[in-house]
Design a protein around this ligand. Structure first.
Ligand code: HEC
Length: 144
Protein backbone atom coordinates (compact mmCIF):
# COMPACT_ATOMS: atom_id res chain seq x y z
CA UNK A 1 0.00 0.00 0.00
CA UNK A 2 1.29 3.46 -0.94
CA UNK A 3 1.80 5.97 1.77
CA UNK A 4 -0.41 9.06 1.52
CA UNK A 5 1.70 11.95 0.28
CA UNK A 6 1.86 14.85 2.70
CA UNK A 7 1.45 18.33 1.20
CA UNK A 8 4.63 20.23 0.61
CA UNK A 9 5.26 23.44 2.56
CA UNK A 10 4.22 25.44 -0.54
CA UNK A 11 0.99 23.50 -0.97
CA UNK A 12 0.30 23.89 2.70
CA UNK A 13 0.68 27.67 2.51
CA UNK A 14 -1.41 27.83 -0.64
CA UNK A 15 -4.26 25.97 1.07
CA UNK A 16 -4.11 28.37 4.01
CA UNK A 17 -4.18 31.32 1.63
CA UNK A 18 -7.14 30.00 -0.30
CA UNK A 19 -9.08 29.35 2.90
CA UNK A 20 -8.43 32.88 4.16
CA UNK A 21 -9.33 34.29 0.77
CA UNK A 22 -12.65 32.38 0.65
CA UNK A 23 -13.48 33.52 4.17
CA UNK A 24 -12.70 37.10 3.12
CA UNK A 25 -15.03 36.87 0.13
CA UNK A 26 -17.84 35.49 2.29
CA UNK A 27 -17.38 38.13 5.01
CA UNK A 28 -17.21 41.06 2.56
CA UNK A 29 -20.19 39.65 0.64
CA UNK A 30 -22.21 39.60 3.84
CA UNK A 31 -21.08 43.14 4.62
CA UNK A 32 -22.18 44.39 1.19
CA UNK A 33 -25.58 42.68 1.58
CA UNK A 34 -26.00 44.14 5.04
CA UNK A 35 -25.09 47.67 3.91
CA UNK A 36 -27.44 47.40 0.91
CA UNK A 37 -30.24 46.36 3.26
CA UNK A 38 -29.48 48.98 5.91
CA UNK A 39 -29.33 51.88 3.43
CA UNK A 40 -32.14 50.73 1.12
CA UNK A 41 -34.46 53.45 -0.17
CA UNK A 42 -38.15 53.33 0.58
CA UNK A 43 -39.63 53.13 -2.92
CA UNK A 44 -43.25 52.70 -1.84
CA UNK A 45 -45.73 54.95 -3.71
CA UNK A 46 -46.56 56.72 -0.45
CA UNK A 47 -43.03 58.10 -0.50
CA UNK A 48 -42.26 58.16 -4.24
CA UNK A 49 -45.47 58.48 -6.27
CA UNK A 50 -45.21 56.96 -9.77
CA UNK A 51 -43.72 59.50 -12.19
CA UNK A 52 -42.11 61.57 -9.44
CA UNK A 53 -38.47 61.38 -8.51
CA UNK A 54 -38.75 63.41 -5.28
CA UNK A 55 -39.11 62.24 -1.71
CA UNK A 56 -42.66 62.98 -0.54
CA UNK A 57 -41.79 62.61 3.12
CA UNK A 58 -39.15 65.31 2.84
CA UNK A 59 -41.54 67.42 0.75
CA UNK A 60 -44.07 67.35 3.54
CA UNK A 61 -41.65 68.97 5.98
CA UNK A 62 -40.55 71.51 3.33
CA UNK A 63 -44.13 72.69 2.76
CA UNK A 64 -44.16 73.83 6.38
CA UNK A 65 -40.60 75.19 6.25
CA UNK A 66 -41.21 77.38 3.17
CA UNK A 67 -44.40 78.82 4.61
CA UNK A 68 -46.70 77.38 1.92
CA UNK A 69 -49.21 76.72 4.70
CA UNK A 70 -49.60 80.42 5.41
CA UNK A 71 -51.43 80.65 2.07
CA UNK A 72 -52.63 77.08 1.44
CA UNK A 73 -54.68 74.61 3.42
CA UNK A 74 -53.30 71.05 3.38
CA UNK A 75 -55.37 68.62 5.40
CA UNK A 76 -54.77 68.91 9.15
CA UNK A 77 -51.52 70.84 8.89
CA UNK A 78 -51.48 74.26 10.46
CA UNK A 79 -51.63 77.14 9.79
CA UNK A 80 -54.57 76.79 7.40
CA UNK A 81 -53.84 79.48 4.84
CA UNK A 82 -56.77 80.88 2.86
CA UNK A 83 -54.94 83.12 0.35
CA UNK A 84 -54.43 80.42 -2.30
CA UNK A 85 -56.55 77.39 -3.18
CA UNK A 86 -56.52 74.39 -0.79
CA UNK A 87 -54.05 71.69 -1.92
CA UNK A 88 -55.84 68.81 -0.19
CA UNK A 89 -56.58 66.90 -3.39
CA UNK A 90 -53.83 68.31 -5.63
CA UNK A 91 -52.98 64.86 -7.06
CA UNK A 92 -56.50 64.52 -8.48
CA UNK A 93 -56.48 67.86 -10.33
CA UNK A 94 -55.77 68.13 -14.05
CA UNK A 95 -54.31 71.63 -14.00
CA UNK A 96 -52.03 73.72 -11.85
CA UNK A 97 -53.28 77.29 -11.37
CA UNK A 98 -55.78 76.65 -14.18
CA UNK A 99 -52.99 76.62 -16.79
CA UNK A 100 -50.35 73.94 -16.54
CA UNK A 101 -50.73 70.17 -16.83
CA UNK A 102 -50.46 68.60 -13.39
CA UNK A 103 -47.26 66.62 -13.97
CA UNK A 104 -43.92 66.57 -12.22
CA UNK A 105 -42.19 68.94 -14.61
CA UNK A 106 -44.84 71.68 -14.45
CA UNK A 107 -45.41 71.30 -10.74
CA UNK A 108 -41.67 71.63 -10.11
CA UNK A 109 -41.47 74.75 -12.30
CA UNK A 110 -44.55 76.22 -10.65
CA UNK A 111 -43.09 75.75 -7.17
CA UNK A 112 -39.74 77.20 -8.27
CA UNK A 113 -40.92 80.14 -10.39
CA UNK A 114 -44.67 80.86 -10.32
CA UNK A 115 -44.02 84.49 -11.34
CA UNK A 116 -41.96 83.41 -14.33
CA UNK A 117 -44.48 81.00 -15.82
CA UNK A 118 -47.63 82.94 -14.83
CA UNK A 119 -46.54 86.57 -14.48
CA UNK A 120 -48.60 88.53 -12.02
CA UNK A 121 -50.04 85.52 -10.17
CA UNK A 122 -50.68 86.13 -6.49
CA UNK A 123 -48.30 83.31 -5.57
CA UNK A 124 -44.82 84.74 -4.96
CA UNK A 125 -41.47 83.22 -5.97
CA UNK A 126 -40.13 81.74 -2.75
CA UNK A 127 -36.61 80.85 -3.89
CA UNK A 128 -37.29 77.14 -3.75
CA UNK A 129 -34.35 75.17 -5.18
CA UNK A 130 -34.70 72.30 -7.66
CA UNK A 131 -34.28 69.45 -5.19
CA UNK A 132 -36.73 70.92 -2.71
CA UNK A 133 -39.24 71.64 -5.49
CA UNK A 134 -39.03 68.02 -6.69
CA UNK A 135 -39.65 66.77 -3.15
CA UNK A 136 -42.61 69.13 -2.65
CA UNK A 137 -44.04 68.09 -6.04
CA UNK A 138 -43.79 64.44 -4.95
CA UNK A 139 -45.58 65.26 -1.70
CA UNK A 140 -48.40 67.12 -3.47
CA UNK A 141 -48.75 64.10 -5.79
CA UNK A 142 -49.67 61.96 -2.77
CA UNK A 143 -52.65 64.21 -1.91
CA UNK A 144 -55.75 62.78 -3.55
C1 HEC B 1 -48.39 84.43 -0.46
C2 HEC B 1 -49.27 83.30 -0.59
C3 HEC B 1 -48.72 82.00 -1.17
C4 HEC B 1 -47.67 81.27 -0.74
C5 HEC B 1 -46.68 81.59 0.38
C6 HEC B 1 -47.66 80.07 -1.55
N1 HEC B 1 -48.67 80.09 -2.44
FE1 HEC B 1 -49.16 78.64 -3.75
N2 HEC B 1 -50.62 79.78 -4.51
C7 HEC B 1 -51.01 81.01 -4.02
C8 HEC B 1 -52.06 81.55 -4.86
C9 HEC B 1 -52.73 82.88 -4.68
C10 HEC B 1 -52.32 80.57 -5.86
C11 HEC B 1 -53.28 80.66 -7.02
C12 HEC B 1 -52.44 81.11 -8.20
C13 HEC B 1 -53.15 81.23 -9.52
O1 HEC B 1 -54.11 80.48 -9.77
O2 HEC B 1 -52.67 82.05 -10.32
C14 HEC B 1 -51.41 79.49 -5.58
C15 HEC B 1 -51.39 78.31 -6.30
C16 HEC B 1 -50.65 77.20 -5.97
C17 HEC B 1 -50.78 75.91 -6.59
C18 HEC B 1 -51.78 75.56 -7.67
C19 HEC B 1 -53.09 75.21 -6.98
C20 HEC B 1 -54.24 74.93 -7.90
O3 HEC B 1 -55.35 74.79 -7.38
O4 HEC B 1 -54.08 74.85 -9.11
C21 HEC B 1 -49.89 75.09 -5.99
C22 HEC B 1 -49.65 73.62 -6.30
C23 HEC B 1 -49.20 75.86 -5.00
N3 HEC B 1 -49.69 77.14 -5.01
C24 HEC B 1 -48.19 75.37 -4.20
C25 HEC B 1 -47.51 76.15 -3.29
C26 HEC B 1 -46.35 75.68 -2.56
C27 HEC B 1 -45.78 74.28 -2.65
C28 HEC B 1 -45.93 76.72 -1.80
C29 HEC B 1 -44.72 76.77 -0.90
C30 HEC B 1 -43.46 76.48 -1.52
C31 HEC B 1 -46.83 77.85 -2.03
N4 HEC B 1 -47.74 77.43 -2.96
C32 HEC B 1 -46.72 79.06 -1.41
C33 HEC B 1 -50.46 81.66 -2.95
C34 HEC B 1 -49.35 81.26 -2.25
Amino acid sequence: MRKKKLPSVHEYHLMGCLTLCAAGVVVSGCLVLFLAYATRADWTPARHPVGYIGDAERGKTLVAAYGCLSCHEIRDASPRGLVGPPLNDMASRSYIAGHFANHEIWMTRWIEHPQQIKPGTAMPDLNVGRRDALDIAAYLATLR
